[in-house]
Write a new protein. Structure first.
Length: 159
């Protein structure tokens, strides 16, 4: 994370990385299930970590800076995060059981993530960048490194 990196550029890049992992899972699940499962594991843990970063660092900072707690964008983002987690868990359970019938859940997750990410990238992240100082931005990046990995890495145990 460079000194001049913004919240918007960092989180957009992470969205892109996660999207690529999910696409790898979708593309490979019927031809190379072990590789697909590994991509899904990386996607799920990465997305869970991304959500933890937002909910524990970005959203509270936004709410403190703007006073928008109940009437701002973050309650809707948290609601959508809950929906995302439910879909992730549904796919995860099927992946664990080596059940490839995940297309419907994948489509629902893709649709939700597309809409959710667009709102974050076009509105929320730039708004956060506009209300925080460079020092506060650097603190977010520093604090991201201190959140224990076990908060987001529960996925795909070996059977």
């Amino acid at each position: 994370m460079s000194e001049s990196q913004t919240i918007t550029t960092f989180y957009e890049k992470d969205h892109d990385r996660l999207d690529d992992l999910f696409k790898t899972f979708q593309t490979m699940k019927r031809s190379d299930f072990p590789k697909a499962k590994e991509a899904f594991k990386d996607f799920k843990t990465g997305l869970q970590r991304h959500i933890v970063w937002e909910e524990e660092l970005l959203f509270p900072m936004w709410e403190e800076k703007t006073g928008m707690v109940e009437d701002g964008p973050t309650p809707m983002m948290r609601f959508e995060h809950d929906q995302i987690k439910q879909l992730l868990d549904a796919i995860h359970q099927k992946v664990e059981a080596q059940n490839l019938d995940t297309d419907q859940d994948e489509q629902a997750l893709s649709n939700l993530l597309s809409s959710h990410n667009r709102k974050e990238e076009r509105a929320l992240y730039p708004a956060i960048d506009n209300v925080i100082s460079p020092d506060e931005c650097a603190r977010v990046f520093s604090d991201m490194k201190t959140i224990p990995e076990d908060r987001s890495n529960a996925c795909c145990s070996e059977h």
